[in-house]
Design a binder for this molecule. Structure first.
Ligand SMILES: C[S@@+](CC[C@H](N)C(=O)[O-])C[C@H]1O[C@@H](n2cnc3c(N)ncnc32)[C@H](O)[C@@H]1O
Length: 220
């Protein structure tokens, strides 16, 4: 199990929550282990297993038929979203890395969800601009380069149906968002993004303090 504890949370309480959350299945656990073994420090980019469980719950609760993920890495969050899709549902994944997504492709097959996932390798802003603008996604998960978060929200807005879910990872940035940040730093980028989304009348939003923070928003 990967840890979901935010750094400010009491470790015993965090373990309590983790232990009472749906656990990764065999295919998911294998992917967690493989990602740690083969990608080194990059493995910490993977969503926590508790976040993964939440992604499945939110995808299922929203009755998601069409989902979009920006930032796929080795495929853990995409498996979690794919597991929650309604019958006949599909997930489009965007990433730039052939190397990391080669692991994702194998993991999707092992998890039995490869039939509902399409992967597009290119800078995500290019792919988003090429998608049919009436695509009407039910759920979008953003977890790629942080500098582009505001651009991703602008680009997905027309693609997301009214009432659709927008999920954004790492929005508490290890808790650093409440501390002074150097101009141009990732912390400053995330702070500006959070301020902008909170003031954006096109969404209702909440920053869920799970793991590194995950914004849950609904398009009005
Ligand atoms: C934090 S990881 C995603 C983790 C993944 N959601 C998971 O839970 O395993 C970020 C990913 O975004 C990808 N990425 C970075 N910049 C990108 C861009 N401009 N367009 C598309 N993907 C990008 C990276 O290759 C990396 O795989």
């Amino acid at each position: 199990m990967t840890k979901s504890a935010p750094p400010w949370m009491d470790p015993d309480l965090a373990a309590y929550v983790d232990n009472r959350t749906t656990q990764p299945d065999e295919a998911q656990q294998k992917l967690i282990d493989r990602t740690h073994a083969e990608t080194g420090g990059a493995a910490n980019m993977q969503v926590s297993s508790a976040q993964g469980a939440l992604l499945t719950i939110l995808t299922r609760a929203a009755g998601t038929k069409k989902a979009l993920e920006i930032g796929t890495f080795t495929g853990y969050s995409s498996i979690c979203i794919a597991r929650g899709l309604a019958d006949g549902g599909s997930l489009t994944c965007l990433d730039v890395s052939e190397e990391w997504t080669a692991i994702a492709r194998e993991a999707w097959a092992q998890a039995g969800v490869d039939d509902r996932i399409e992967l597009k390798i290119a800078p995500a802003l290019e792919t988003l601009a090429s998608l049919p603008q009436d695509a009407s996604y039910d759920l979008v998960f953003i977890d790629a380069d942080k500098e582009n978060y505001p651009n991703y929200v602008d680009a997905v807005l027309p693609l997301l149906r009214q009432g659709g879910l927008l999920l954004v990872d790492n929005t508490l940035w290890s808790g650093d968002v409440v501390r002074p940040a150097e101009e141009g730093s990732t912390t400053a980028v995330i702070q500006a993004f959070n301020d902008r989304l909170a003031a954006d009348e096109r969404f209702e939003s909440y920053i869920l303090p799970i793991s590194d923070g995950m914004t849950v928003a609904v398009k009005r």
